[in-house]
Design a protein around this ligand. Sequence first.
Ligand code: ATP
Ligand code: MG
Length: 647
Amino acid sequence: MTRGDEPDRGQSQTGRETVEPPDWFVEQANVTDPAVYDRFEREWPDCWREAAELLDWAEPFNTVLRGTDGPPFEWFPGGRLNAAYNCLDRHLPERKNQLALVWEGHHGESRTYTYLELYREVNAFAAALRERGVDTDDVVTLYLPMVPELPVAMLACARLGVPHNVVFAGFSADALATRMERAESEYLITCDGYYRRGSAVAQKNKADNARIAVDHDVSVVVLDRLGRDVHLGDDYDDYHDLLAAHEGAEVEPVSRAADDPLFRIYTSGTTGQPKSVTHTTGGYLSHVAWTARSVLDIKPEDTYWCSADIGWITGHSYIVYGPLALGTTTVLYNGTADHPNKDQLWKLIEKYAVDVFYTAPTAVRAFMKWGEEYPAKHDLSSLRLLGTVGEPMDASAWEWYREHIGGGECPVVDTWWQTETGAVLVSTLPGVDEMKPGAAGTPLPGIEASVVDRSGTVAEPDTAGELVVTRPWPGMPRALLDGTDWGSVPDNAEGWRYYPEDSVSVDDDGYITFLGRIDDAINVAGRRFSTKELESAVAGVTGVAEAAVVGADDETTGTAVYAFASPEDGYTESELRVAIEDAIVNAIGGIARPKEIVFTPDLPKTRSGKVMRRLLTAVANDEELGDTSALRNPEILGEIQSTTRRD
Ligand code: ATP
Ligand code: MG
């Protein structure tokens, strides 16, 4: 099959539609041999040597994994490496003049860095940090929007062997202060301000307030983004002055042990308070490089774009470390999808001839809401592969994405992973596996996971259960390696287990469908429904752009179903109300008939764009909201509260 032909579609054993990856894609893919699954299984854990060998090690590791049965685990013990060396230095002989970074800023502002230019800026900034006394015991906090100086600062820290602590730029002074306090971080890199949707955000004011709130002294570097003359004062340095003072400096990369920390990062805060996670240098980077190559099919000659924010793990793994470790061109965009117009992303894909595009299902649902006319205005034929991460991807959004962005022919990978996992654990391999719209895929080669019911017994195919990862993986975080923290529940009979707290079902082919968080499952009259089951029914109603369904306390039935729907333009609430109720009753049954349907222009979402159902549950129960620091759009809660009727 050549590009342009209709793809092969079929039925899987379990009846779900399957889509074959097209031949033109397979012919050029990085990983095409189906035997990779058996080989990784046979050779586990030694199979992961293949991932580590994508990197250059300053000192070779003795073995792949120490401690296979339970913590403490150690990946690649004895090995030493530097992450910045792997992302920059080693590419210079072959591609010093190739673009490493393409940056698109506000109102058409743009900048590019070749590998050599990026190498130089990272070295100069590393020299400046070193001169200020930054050492491997420190943690450097980065509080910057999506500007090239953010990856520069990350790589400068990595070069010095110093862990970074990126705090999402939209967070408040309080959130920044807590994160600096907990990391005992005495260095902060920020900017004077930046533009968002056309207005300036006063970043330095927030940083100043955080600095006052933190108990210890903090040395601050400020990047001038607004071009205004800001008086910096004592213990502040200007980023560009520092660069100028260290121009041409070369800093020897500091090699770190494979399990030394590369960075700290927080989870999204969707289900509770954001959790701090620390990732390692060797295991993390190996896993990220291997998945960027096999799942995202990244090649050095590609222009690759992940539209996440670097403030989240997705940006760390698949904007910065994975793509740069593979020597590709990575795109960085400081802006939103609908500003100045709703075709902004498609304009950029055309402008930069992007080969691989990776985004979130909530973004895809927004694109659907805006309409296919926006992508249709642009030539998107450079695209070869599409991906999503962050939430369950329903079949209709998957199909829309493939059709209207992927020209009906690009494979789409629905990748499942978490801040805690560091890199992808469940997905299809686009050069090997058939795709099933609505299902993510099987555990990747080298990953072992199963689905268990509440009692821990392996669940029957196609019944809902809980995902459990039953073997360690290279990208696992420090707390799981040490066995010191959450999730890692040692079970004497079964061996080591990690519970990601996601609800799933698995079909006869081993494909996993993600159904939502275990905590969000709704129990009505003894029957358990997943959020995805109910929400897919509501979102499937023509005129509904996005939906969330939660269970709230009810005196008669124990739990009542509350549906929250965000309508598309031009649809009236009364016609949608009936259609939504019918859709739920038809798909699930009268038992799940919603007690209330609430219309809202938007759903409460985290700063990384995920629906915060726990807040909707609290609204429905008329309870305290709890930790809302992760909430991006607090104003919407007031609106929802005022429309939620009370009996
Ligand atoms: P917190 O842990 O603070 O509540 P969070 O779980 O949203 O926040 P992340 O680590 O950013 O923080 O997100 C990981 C979660 O996102 C997964 O546990 C899963 O629920 C969801 N997720 C990620 N990718 C997928 C996917 N492809 N399909 C379904 N769900 C996904
Ligand atoms: Mg989580």
